[in-house]
Design a protein around this ligand. Structure first.
Ligand code: NOJ
Length: 549
């Protein structure tokens, strides 16, 4: 089937279901809550939803440890609620993306339970290795979450590989039976009417032959041996050929440590196996490789990452654009300023919404939610945060260690969405499963609905503008003043339209800079976050978008 690529005209909204909206009063976000909020999502100008996992799961990694791929967890409302949401999404002309997590399952999945007992055909569904005579582990790989990547299983009397938590054993994708299972899962949801998949750490599914040791690497030892492994393109092509090509759907692959040249091997529109890629380069302007190694924010690093992807994918592949998701602390707390929350939130919104690609918003981003900072480390829920707190910087005081977590934890962005200023931020009428950020009385949807100048309404205007301008979809991208440490300036141009985007990333007033060839006297100022734009000075975190046509 010819790919329609409708995703190029869309804006997506990511729902991390536990914290979005509780509809049945049990304290946990669910699909009944989503149903109540579909009109809200649509009102933002979003026409697609990506659901983080909503399948049955013991919850060791908040749903990324799946126990049954072909059902919906009862706490989220089960299949009944899901079908209603799917219909509601389609009735509004929107699309729905499911999360496909097939690098690993939960250890409570039936396949793993049978595999550990060597019950066929499940015996080789996972990556098992015997103990070595010298007592060493099968190889030197680290997991991404909980120490070494191998755990001994008493039942089977062997080690199993887990690149994430101990409760997330890796599937053996080299086994054709496992690949058939993946295809069954894809068909099951596509036949039900879902419109595509976000594929979790999909670049990890093919491990190097023989599982060799990796050289020492500052973090994630082993990654060189399992990321972009030997059969990755072959397996993805197989899923595409056997299933995806037969449906009107699209795929979005999560790819840690990827840069444009490598990405094109996956997403080149001529011969790629998937449609878009979630890259992490735009997330590392304030850290080394990962949020757990924080540094100062470097605007030039952020600009370089964005521009590289814009230039190198141009005409060949399509960008996925994002600032936030459930794996990173809130963007205003990182790249913006909590003191200038509204202004920097708007400048950040503009910085990515006018690039070429399909933008994604993460729940709460549109109202400028900021990092949650618990009083004590035992308030954290996330498996990765807990492990890191207990195992790193042990010589430092508990206060210093806690502060580090505030900056780096995924839980900083996983608190319930702040709907209004009533108890529990209007998220639930019950006892919330997780802590609500105390700032909900000031930062909430209801208050911003009433204020025409709010960040929420700014997002609406920016998205509507983006959709109305041909140049945003088709124009060529150019970055200006790339050595500036204060401004991010880029233009987009077609034969008929030209757009100039100016974003200040400083809390001081700064000189307005206009690239040569852009005559503001003939331009329309179509979006701004400060009234009375001054021709020579930008206010802290001021942003403007000019149009020529
Ligand atoms: C990436 C997901 O985004 C993250 O939340 C999850 O913990 C890991 N993959 C493991 O599935």
């Amino acid at each position: 089937m010819e790919r329609k690529r409708w995703y190029k005209d869309m804006v997506f909204y990511q729902i991390w279901p536990r914290s979005f909206k509780d509809g049945d009063g049990d304290g946990m976000g669910d699909l009944w809550g989503v149903l109540e909020k579909l009109d809200y999502i649509k009102s933002l100008g979003c026409d697609g939803i990506w659901f983080s996992p909503i399948y049955p799961s013991p919850g060791a990694d908040c749903g990324y440890d799946i126990a049954d791929y072909m059902d919906i967890a009862p706490e989220f409302g089960g299949m009944e609620a899901f079908r209603k949401v799917l219909d509601g999404v389609h009735a509004r002309g929107m699309k729905l993306l499911m999360d496909l997590v097939v690098n690993h399952t939960s250890d409570e999945h039936e396949w793993f339970q049978k595999s550990r007992q060597r019950i066929d055909p499940y015996t080789d569904y996972y990556i098992w290795r015997p103990a070595k005579p010298n007592g060493k582990l099968p190889n030197n790989w680290d997991s991404n979450f909980e120490g070494k990547a191998w755990t001994w299983d008493e039942v089977r009397g062997e080690y199993y590989l887990h690149l994430f938590a101990v409760k997330q054993p890796d599937l053996n994708m080299d086994n054709p039976l496992v690949r058939e299972e993946v295809k069954k899962i894809l068909r099951f949801w596509l036949d039900m009417g879902v419109d595509g998949f976000r594929e979790d750490v999909i670049t990890y599914i093919s491990k190097a032959e023989g599982l060799p040791n990796d050289r020492i690497f500052p973090i994630y030892k082993g990654m060189r041996k399992y990321n972009h492994g030997p059969h990755i393109h072959e397996y993805l092509a197989e899923f595409k050929r056997d299933v995806l090509d037969h449906y009107d759907c699209f795929t979005l692959a999560e790819a840690p440590l990827v840069w444009p040249k490598r990405a094109l091997k996956y997403i080149d529109e001529k011969d790629g196996q998937i449609d878009m890629m979630i890259q992490f380069q735009c997330q590392t302007a304030d850290c080394l490789f990962t949020d757990y190694l924080p540094t100062k924010f470097h605007l030039r690093k952020m600009k370089k990452a964005f521009s590289d992807w814009q230039y190198k994918l141009d005409g060949r592949a399509w960008n996925m654009l994002y600032l936030e998701n459930h794996d990173h602390p809130r963007i205003i707390s990182r790249y913006g300023s909590e003191q200038y929350r509204e202004e920097s939130g708007k400048s950040l919104a503009v910085s990515y919404l006018f690039q070429q690609g399909t933008p994604f918003l993460y729940q709460g981003q549109e109202i400028g939610m900021i990092n949650w900072r618990p009083e004590s480390a035992d308030m954290y829920e996330d498996v990765q945060t807990r492990y890191n707190y207990e195992h790193s910087n042990l010589k430092k005081s508990p206060e210093v260690r806690l502060r580090k977590m505030w900056r780096s934890s995924r839980d900083s962005a996983r608190t319930p969405v702040q709907w209004d200023d009533s108890e529990n931020a209007g998220f639930t009428t019950g006892k919330p499963w997780f802590h609500v950020n105390e700032n909900y009385r000031e930062i909430n949807v209801a208050a911003q609905e009433r204020d025409p100048d709010s960040l929420l309404n700014f997002y609406r205007s920016a998205i509507a503008l983006r959709k109305s301008l041909d140049v945003v979809r088709h124009g060529s991208y150019r970055e200006h003043f790339h050595s500036s440490k204060k401004l991010y300036v880029y233009s987009r141009s077609t034969d008929r339209q030209k757009l100039l985007v100016i974003c200040s990333f400083t809390d001081r007033e700064t000189k307005m800079k206009v690239p040569s060839g852009f005559d503001l006297a003939n331009a329309k100022l179509i979006l701004q976050n400060c009234k009375d734009a001054d021709s020579s000075t930008l206010k802290p975190y001021e942003t403007r978008v000019y149009l020529w046509e």
